[in-house]
Design a protein around this ligand. Structure first.
Ligand code: EPS
Length: 390
């Protein structure tokens, strides 16, 4: 089974990661991972930090001559901004000359983290709670994603709404998706098309409206959230299981997306909208195509009973507006107990496009583990032979 860990503070020296359980013989390069890191940094509405960083991964172990060895893969992404934080983030010393942060931002984990871990300096919380951590998550998960791609499973995403600007014409979007997913790279083609928009919205006019609303939010010192859609193609029938709660793949996939910073809602397909319809409008009638049993629709979003049904997987994630506000809400200084404005820490106005890219990445380990449970082996060759025999 594949596991991965990340470590690193937002303004520390580096983010590091270890990916364990990748079979031997998978082709991977830092260039391949760097493209996903670049995608994570894009999007209209990102803050000043993205102008400083140009995230690049260094592979330290587990890969030889471009192929995985089956051993743990160690990765590092250096934080360029660390050079501006060497004293504030020093590993040694007592920090007595460093100003402590005592004003928490509502919506962030600043206050809760300081109480939970017993800190009198909120900086200790901010550093690890920052969404910067997702850079290493994307790096680790991209290796796992490559494993899926070699087995014909492709992941893509696009943005459905930013603030109150919503892609309403679902039929048009579904037509586009149908066309895109016919490409050799399946759902990844959706990602490539969405990447052409600064907000990753497939409808150009709606995209322009979204950009205008982010501009407005910035002017007001405010922030915006939104909803994104993640699609997976090439998924074989039978991944996950209905026999036990923790083997249900829908539960595992939604947890992975919910674990991304600022995500507050996840659904499979049109989960919430379907709750308002008749069953006959939601469920996917069986049919026959060239003698093969198929579905006439995909209301289930590719999952029934926690098991993949052979249709594409459709997931939605809702990201709340980023909690750091340039025009701040009220807070309390935990040192003086006085009511003050919340502290402004450099941040993004909107990071929904980046969040959709991160979501593509973080579901890869869930899918890969379900795949390995069914077709697993120690090397790519062994796995491919088993998968072909299915
Ligand atoms: C981020 C890096 C962070 C934030 C952002 C995401 O860098 P800095 O704190 O130096 O600006 O820009 O994180 C947050 C929005 C947050 O609230 O922590 C990144 O690399 O994605």
């Amino acid at each position: 089974m594949i596991r991965y860990f990340t470590a690193g503070e937002s303004h520390g020296q580096a983010l590091v990661g270890i990916v364990e359980g990748i079979p031997a013989g998978l082709s991977i390069s830092s260039e391949y991972i760097n493209h996903q890191l670049w995608r994570r940094q894009q999007g209209y509405g990102r803050g000043g930090r993205m102008k400083i960083e140009s995230d690049k991964v260094e592979i330290l172990s587990g890969v030889r001559f471009g192929k995985t060895l089956g051993s743990p893969i160690a990765l590092v992404v250096h934080n360029k901004d660390w050079h501006n934080w060497i004293e504030k983030m020093a590993v040694e010393g007592d920090g007595s000359k460093i100003e402590k942060i005592s004003i928490p931002r509502p919506g962030h984990v600043d206050y809760i983290g300081s109480v939970k871990y017993g800190f009198d300096d909120i900086r200790n919380v901010i550093e690890r709670a920052s969404a910067r951590e997702t850079a290493m998550r994307v790096a680790c998960c991209t290796i796992i994603r490559k494993f899926l791609e070699e087995n014909g499973i492709f992941i893509g995403s696009h943005v459905l709404s930013i603030g109150s600007v919503i892609v309403k014409n679902r039929m048009n979007i579904d037509k586009l998706i149908k066309r895109f997913t016919k490409a050799a790279c399946g759902a990844y083609k959706i990602a490539e098309e969405a990447d052409k928009s600064q907000v990753r919205i497939l409808d150009k006019a709606i995209g322009n409206k979204a950009i205008a609303s982010i501009k407005r939010a910035k002017k007001l010192g405010d922030t915006l959230g939104g909803v994104f859609e993640v699609i997976v193609t090439g998924v074989p029938l039978g991944l996950g299981s209905y026999v036990h709660y923790d083997r249900k793949l829908d539960g595992q996939l939604t947890q992975a997306i919910m674990s991304i910073h600022a995500v507050k809602g996840v659904e499979i397909g049109e989960g919430f909208a379907n709750a308002q319809k008749f069953g006959s409008q939601v469920h996917d009638a069986f049919g026959l195509k060239d003698g093969k049993i198929m579905r006439q629709s995909n209301g289930a979003g590719g999952l029934e009973g926690g098991v993949t049904n052979g249709e594409m997987i459709v997931l939605h994630g809702a990201m709340k507006p980023i909690s750091t506000l340039a025009n701040p809400l009220k807070s309390i200084d935990i040192k003086t107990k006085r009511v003050v404005d919340a502290r402004y820490e450099r941040s993004d106005v909107c990071a929904v496009p980046a969040c959709s890219v991160i979501a593509e990445a973080v579901i890869a380990p869930v899918l890969a583990n379900a795949f390995l449970e069914k077709f697993g082996g120690d090397s790519m060759r062994e796995i491919k032979t088993r998968y072909k025999k299915k």
